[in-house]
Structure formats: structure tokens, C-alpha cells
Design a protein around this ligand. Structure first.
Ligand code: KG4
Ligand code: ZN
Length: 356
């Protein structure tokens, strides 16, 4: 008889993407459906939790149904005795932390309902651990230990990674997250939301050495991050120290704006790379993992690659595929597989949690 593979349905609603995916054996992506809310939040320059939650409610049914249809799976194949690799769902994995509570609750409620109705195990997933998983999606056996840098809109974290189930946090942001800094600086420069891709594109024509923005290292040993200072430095640069000066952005040339974007991006990348270097040293890491929305940034990717190649022997850099850098459910279903194999199931009392 054909060896049965494990199909996990993943669900993600922690911020502003309603996403569902079916992944087999933790790696084979059978479907990935994302309803993005970027257009809804664009005019506010950031995610509005109430709007996000309402849009999740409107989209969740369709997104899950589409992901199952595309994958060609149904919940009932096991009980009807037709189980094979193609057509059954083995468990439902859902992000329950960290994120916007009123957004998370939509995915968690849907997952609990399906778990009960289909009599399938429920698996609770940490959103940041899922981002980390996206970096090893194409690498079954990374050489360990690894350092994982997760840079997203809500978080900036360094992990000591020994197994998918127990990443140990080494440092995180004490104020703004990296993606948040990109988004806020883009808003100051009046560039379109989301800010990360806008800054990156604008920076292509700018000089990264034009302005020396501060690089906050928080002391010689620290693995924590602080990005509020650089954001404020850009704000002062554009409005004057007392914030009473006119907003110079409106009268700036495209070249000046490009120079600010490039100088800001260079400072952000500099800090992220230097902190990763410290973390590599701390645990003598053999591999570096990079995930989260900001991992889509080409300057960051190139700088980390350069860092990894500077070691003898070189460290291996594993980066999440671009389509799985920003929020998605493939990373959720993939991590769900490892928890399924370890029988780490949740019960129907799980709640969404803002932190974690
Ligand atoms: O991981 P993600 O989709 O959401 C959270 O979990 O927060 O990350 C979204 C963040 C946004 O702040 C966005 O501006 C940033 O990732 N981002 C980028 C790039 N693409 C997305 N930041 C820098 N450069 C990019 N190319
Ligand atoms: Zn995320």
C-alpha cells in the first residue's frame, strides 16, 4: 500500500493577511491562498486592527475553501476509508500568538470549529516560529546549531535554533520592529504603504552614504534591537529638531528622498547584520536562517550573504523564498507537520494571545 503522507491545513490571521494552505509532510506545498488587506489599510499608513478583524471574518471561509479545493483535499477521506496521499486532511494548524488579538481570534475560532466538526487534531502555532520555519522549507536537514533572524512588521528577533520545536530567543526589539521602522520612515517620506518595498525601490537610486543615521547597538554584548532612534532621526532630518520647521519632504528633490531612503536602509541593514554576527559568535552557529517580511529586502539578503561568506568555513545562509517572507499559511502548515509528528496537539480551549 502507498505510504500515506501527512496533510496539514494551516490557517493564519495574525495581522492583515487572511491565509490558508495545505502542505504535505512539512515541505510539499499543495496550495497557498492569501487574501491581502493592503488596500484597506493603505490610506491609514498602517494596519487598523478593527478593519483587519472584520476583513478576516469576511474572507476566512472562502480562503480555507479555496486552499482545500486547490490542494484537492477533503476532511472526510479518512473516515470514508479512502485515505491516501492525495485527499485527506490530518490536522489543522493555526497561529494563536503573537499578533493582533481581534485578528487572531478569527483564525483560531475557524480552526477550532473545523477541528471539532471534522474530528481532526488541532495544533497551535507561534507566528514567529512559523516565519523561522519558512527559511528551512527547502532544506530538510540544516547543519545545526543555527542562528535565526526574524524581521517582520511586528517583531525583530534572534533565535538559537536547534530544532523546529524549541527555538530559544536570544534577543528582540525593545521598541519598534524593523518592518515598523521601514513603514514609519516611508510614511515620513510620503512613500506608499507598505513601507518596506517602497523604501527599497526608492533607495535604488540613492546614495547610502549621503546621511549618517544612528546605529543603535545597545552596548557591546546586547542581542536586542532598538529602531525608534533611527526613525526619530529621519523625522528630525525632515522636520527639524523642534518639529516646528516645515516638512521639507514636499520640497525635496527625488534624489534627496532617494538618498534618505538609501541611508536609512543602509543603517537598518548594518545593525541587523552586526547583531547577527554577535549571535553567530555566541553559539558558534554553523547556519544562519532569515525570515519575516523584511527578509524580502535584497540589501539585507546580500549583506547577510557577505557576512556568512566571510567565515572560514563559510556559514550556510538559508533564506525564506520571497513569496513566503511576508505572512502566509504555508509556514504555519509546515511547522504544524513537526508538531503533528511530535503529537503536540492543542485542545479546544486555546485562546489567541497578543504576545509570545
Ligand atoms: O512578516 P510580515 O508580513 O508581517 C508581520 O508579521 O508583521 O512583515 C511585514 C513587514 C512590513 O513592515 C513591510 O514593510 C516589511 O515587512 N517588508 C519589507 C520589504 N517587504 C516587506 N521591508 C523591507 N524591505 C522589503 N523589501
Ligand atoms: Zn509575520
Amino acid at each position: 500500500m502507498q505510504k500515506k503522507c501527512v496533510n496539514i491545513l494551516g490557517i493564519e490571521t495574525s495581522c492583515d493577511e487572511t491565509a490558508a494552505a495545505v502542505v504535505a509532510d512539512g515541505r510539499i506545498v499543495k496550495s497557498s491562498v492569501i487574501a491581502s488587506q493592503t488596500k484597506l489599510h493603505e490610506k491609514y499608513g498602517g494596519v487598523v486592527p478593527e478593519i483587519a478583524s472584520r476583513a478576516h471574518i469576511e474572507n476566512i471561509y472562502q480562503v480555507i475553501a479555496e486552499s482545500m479545493e486547490q490542494a484537492g483535499v477533503s476532511p472526510s477521506a479518512v473516515s470514508s476509508g479512502q485515505s491516501n496521499c492525495k485527499d485527506d486532511i490530518d490536522a489543522i494548524a493555526v497561529v494563536n500568538q503573537p499578533g493582533l488579538t481581534i485578528a487572531l481570534v478569527v483564525g483560531v475560532t475557524a480552526a477550532k470549529t473545523l477541528s471539532f466538526a471534522w474530528d481532526k487534531p488541532l495544533i497551535a502555532i507561534n507566528h514567529l516560529h512559523a516565519h523561522l520555519q519558512s527559511a528551512i522549507l527547502n532544506e530538510e536537514n540544516p547543519v545545526l546549531p543555527a542562528i535565526a533572524l526574524i524581521v517582520s512588521g511586528g517583531h525583530t528577533c534572534l533565535y538559537d535554533y536547534h530544532s523546529p520545536l524549541e527555538p530559544r530567543i536570544l534577543g528582540s526589539t525593545i521598541d519598534d520592529a524593523a518592518g515598523e521602522a521601514f513603514d514609519k520612515v516611508a510614511a515620513i517620506l510620503k512613500l506608499p504603504y507598505p513601507g518596506g518595498p517602497s523604501i527599497e525601490k526608492t533607495a535604488e537610486k540613492g546614495n547610502p552614504d549621503a546621511i549618517k543615521f544612528p546605529r543603535s547597538m545597545l552596548g557591546p554584548e546586547s542581542l536586542d534591537f532598538s529602531f525608534s532612534g533611527i526613525k526619530t532621526a529621519v523625522l528630525y532630518y525632515c522636520h527639524g529638531q523642534d518639529m516646528k520647521g516645515e516638512n521639507k519632504v514636499d520640497s525635496m528633490s527625488q534624489q534627496e528622498i532617494a538618498d534618505i531612503a538609501a541611508s536609512f536602509q543602509a543603517a537598518m541593514v548594518d545593525v541587523l547584520v552586526k547583531k547577527t554576527k554577535r549571535a553567530i559568535k555566541k553559539i558558534d552557529a554553523k547556519t544562519v536562517l532569515l525570515g519575516g517580511g523584511v527578509a524580502a529586502n535584497n540589501q539585507l539578503r546580500t549583506a547577510l550573504q557577505k557576512l556568512c561568506e566571510s567565515y572560514k568555513p563559510a556559514k550556510k545562509l538559508l533564506i525564506a523564498p520571497k513569496q513566503y517572507c511576508t505572512d502566509n499559511a504555508v509556514m504555519v502548515a509546515s511547522l504544524g507537520y513537526y508538531k503533528f509528528e511530535a503529537k503536540l496537539f492543542a485542545d479546544l480551549t486555546i485562546e489567541p494571545k497578543a504576545t509570545g
